[in-house]
Design a protein around this ligand. Structure first.
Ligand code: SER
Length: 585
C-alpha cells in the first residue's frame, strides 16, 4: 500500500466518523514552552482545556490531521531502523465528544479492516494506575473485547502509559500503546488532567482524546519493510545519497537522509540556522550534512539534487515545500558560513606549525569537528613534519567515537560547556550529573545480569550509553519482552538495590579475568590488565561481575528506585532498554 493511500485512507476513515480535517501546524509553534512541534496535539492544546471552541473554528468537536513533527529526544537513535528526528504523525482528536470505547474500537477497525492487519499481530498496553491516577479499567475492558488477555499489558508512567504534558505544562492523561509485531504504532491518550508546572494534576473541564500514529512506522509495516528508510517516501532519498556518496556506511546514509529531510521541512517553515534554540538544532543538522559532503569530497550539487527529490515527493501534501529556491538558499548560506570556519581551521594549522606542535589523531579530529577540516585536507595542508605519525585508522577511530554525540553531550555544547566525564559510554557535564551517571552505571551492571537471569544467556550486551537522565542498553534477543518479563527484571534489580550490596573491584591480567566468567562486552578490546567490578559481599558470591573501568557507587542502595522506561527493537535480533532511577525522598 503506497504512503499516499495510507494518508488518504486515514483521513477518510475519520472524516466518515465526524472529524474535520485540520491542516498540519507549523514546526515552529506559537508556544514558548516548547522549541519545536513534537506532536499532533500541539495545535490543539487550548481546545483540550476548553479555552477555545472547536465548533467555532472547525465546525466539529472532532478533528483529524497529519502533523509534521520534530523530536530531538531520539537523535542518538537515528541511524537504526525506526528512529527519525523529523516525522509525520497521523492523529485524531476529540474535545469533549467521544472517549475510550469509540477510540479503541476505531483503532482496531482501522488496523484490521482498513489496513488489513491480522488481529494476531496486534497487542496493547493500558495504564496500570498509581497514587494519583487509577488503573484504566475501562480501556482494559474495551481491549478485552478485541484481543485475548495475554496480549493486553498493563504499564506504568515510566513505561509510557501516561502521556504529557507537551512542554512544561498542559493537558495530559493515561494512555494506551498499540503494537503490531511488537513495534509501537499508536498512542491513544485520554486527556483528563491539566498538569501545572509544579507537576500538580487538576481535572480538565471536559474529557478529550488525542491519538497519534507514527506515519513512517505504520507505512513500513504496511509495506512489509520493517525499516522506515525503505518505505516509498524515503527510499528514493537514501538511494540517491548512496549513489552519490557510496563511501558512507548504512547508518550514516540514514542520518544523512533524516537530517536533509528535516532540514528541508524546518527551512520551509521559516527557521534559519543560528546559535540558539531551534536555530541551533537546524544548524547542527545542516553542518552534519556539510561535514559528510566535505569529508567524502562530494560535489555540493548533492544538496539541490536531494532537496529536489524531497520537495517533489512532499509538495502536493505540504505546499510550503514549493519554495524550493528559498529552502536551497538556507542550505547554501550555511555552506558559505561553514566554509569561513574552514579558513579559520587553516589558520589553526599555521599556529600549530609556528609552535612546532604535532597533529595527532585527537588534534586532527578537533580540526575536523571545530573547523570542518577533513582528514585528507589536513594531510594536504599541514607541513609534513607535523603529520608524520597521523594515521587514517586512528583518525577514523576518533571519528567513530564522536559519531554518537549523546543528547547530554549536545545539550552541554548548547550551553557552551565541556563534559567532565566522557568515556564514550558515560557522559556527564557537571558534578551533579556525574553522581546520577555513576548511579545509573551501577544500575546498568545490575540490569545486564538481571536480563540474563530472566531471558537466559542469549541476552548479550551490544552497547550501552549512560547520561544523567537515563541508561540505554542494547542487547541481543529475538523478540519483544513481555510486560511480565520487564516487571521481573525490575523487581530483581530493585531487590538488589534494597539489599544495599557493596560494589568493589579487583584487578587481574586479562586472561585470568576472562576465566572468571565475568561479563564483558565482546566487541571491545580490553587492555592486558583489567578491572572487574563486582556487586556483592565477595568476588566469589557476587551477584554481578563485569569488566569495567568505573566509576560506580559504593553501595547499591545509593541507586534509588529502578524503572524500565521503554523496551523496543533497534535492529533484527537487537533490543534496546531505556531505564532510569529515582531517588526516594
Ligand atoms: N500526543 C501523543 C503522542 O505524541 C499522541 O498523539 O504520542
Amino acid at each position: 500500500m503506497s504512503s499516499e493511500k495510507v494518508r488518504k485512507l486515514f483521513l477518510r476513515f475519520f472524516e466518515e466518523r465526524g472529524h474535520k480535517v485540520a491542516l498540519s501546524y507549523s514546526l515552529i509553534p506559537d508556544d514558548p514552552s516548547v522549541l519545536l512541534t513534537t506532536a499532533g496535539m500541539q495545535q490543539f492544546k487550548r481546545y483540550f482545556t476548553g479555552e477555545l471552541d472547536p465548533l467555532k473554528d472547525f465546525g466539529s468537536k472532532n478533528t483529524v490531521s497529519i502533523q509534521k513533527c520534530f523530536r530531538t529526544s531520539d537523535i542518538d537513535e537515528v541511524g537504526d531502523e525506526s528512529h527519525l528526528t523529523f516525522f509525520e504523525m497521523l492523529g485524531h482528536f476529540s474535545f469533549g465528544e467521544y472517549f475510550k470505547k469509540e477510540t479503541i474500537e476505531w483503532t482496531f477497525e482501522l488496523l484490521t479492516k482498513t489496513f488489513g492487519i491480522n488481529p494476531e499481530r496486534i497487542s496493547a498496553t493500558v495504564f496500570e494506575g498509581d497514587t494519583d491516577v487509577p488503573f484504566d479499567k475501562e480501556s482494559f475492558g474495551e481491549w478485552s473485547k478485541l484481543l485475548p488477555k495475554e496480549r493486553i499489558g498493563k504499564g506504568s508512567r515510566a513505561a509510557g502509559n501516561f502521556w504529557g504534558p507537551a512542554g512544561i505544562e498542559g493537558p495530559c492523561g493515561a494512555c494506551n500503546e498499540v503494537y503490531v509485531d511488537g513495534v509501537e504504532v499508536a498512542t491513544l491518550v485520554f486527556m483528563e488532567y491539566y498538569c501545572h508546572s509544579d507537576r500538580k494534576l487538576k481535572q480538565l473541564v471536559q474529557k478529550g482524546v488525542d491519538v497519534g500514529w507514527g506515519f513512517e512506522r505504520l507505512v513500513a509495516i504496511l509495506q512489509g519493510t520493517r525499516n522506515v528508510f525503505e518505505i516509498d517516501l524515503l527510499q528514493p532519498i537514501v538511494s540517491k545519497i548512496r549513489e552519490r556518496v557510496p563511501q558512507l556506511n548504512e547508518k550514516n546514509q540514514r542520518i544523512f537522509t533524516d537530517h536533509i529531510r528535516a532540514g528541508v521541512f524546518l527551512a520551509a517553515d521559516g527557521l534559519r540556522p543560528s546559535n540558539k534554540e531551534a536555530g541551533y538544532i537546524l544548524r547542527r543538522h545542516l553542518r552534519r550534512l556539510l561535514a559528510y559532503q566535505i569529508k567524502y569530497d562530494v560535489h555540493s550539487d548533492i544538496f539541490p539534487t536531494v532537496v529536489k527529490i524531497i520537495t517533489e515527493k512532499y509538495k502536493s501534501f505540504y505546499p510550503e515545500l514549493k519554495k524550493e529556491k528559498e529552502i536551497l538558499k538556507v542550505f547554501e548560506d550555511e555552506r558559505f558560513r561553514f566554509q569561513k570556519t574552514l579558513c579559520q581551521g587553516i589558520l589553526e594549522i599555521e599556529r600549530c606549525h609556528s609552535r612546532n606542535e604535532k597533529i595527532d589523531a585527537q588534534k586532527a579530529f578537533y580540526l575536523y569537528e571545530t573547523f570542518g577540516l577533513h582528514f585528507e585536507l589536513i594531510k594536504e595542508l599541514a607541513p609534513k613534519n607535523l603529520i608524520e605519525d597521523l594515521k587514517k585508522e586512528d583518525f577514523d577511530k576518533e571519528f567513530e567515537k564522536h559519531q554518537e554525540i549523546s543528547k547530554a553531550g549536545a545539550e552541554k555544547k548548547f550551553g557552551g560547556h565541556g563534559l567532565i566525564l566522557d568515556t564514550g559510554e558515560l557522559k556527564a557535564g557537571n558534578p551533579e550529573e556525574l553522581k546520577k551517571v555513576t548511579r545509573l552505571h551501577t544500575a546498568t551492571h545490575l540490569l545486564h545480569q538481571a536480563l540474563r537471569d530472566v531471558l537466559g544467556d542469549s541476552a548479550r550486551q551490544m552497547g550501552s550509553d549512560v547520561n544523567a537522565e537515563r541508561t540505554r542498553f542494547d542487547f541481543t534477543f529475538p523478540r519483544k519482552l513481555t510486560p511480565e518479563e520487564i516487571k521481573k527484571i525490575e523487581n530483581i534489580i530493585n531487590q538488589k538495590i534494597s539489599e544495599d550490596l557493596p560494589v568493589s573491584f579487583k584487578e587481574l591480567p586479562k586472561e585470568e579475568a576472562e576465566k572468571t566468567g565475568a561479563l564483558h562486552f565482546f566487541k571491545l578490546k580490553y587492555p592486558e590488565q583489567v578491572k572487574i567490578y563486582f556487586i556483592g559481599d565477595s568476588f566469589e558470591t557476587a551477584y554481578s561481575r563485569e569488566f569495567c573501568g568505573g566509576p560506580h557507587v559504593t553501595h547499591t542502595g545509593e541507586i534509588g528506585e529502578f524503572k524500565i522506561i521503554k523496551e523496543e527493537a533497534v535492529a533484527a535480533g537487537v533490543r534496546r532498554i531505556r531505564a532510569a532511577s529515582f531517588m526516594l525522598k
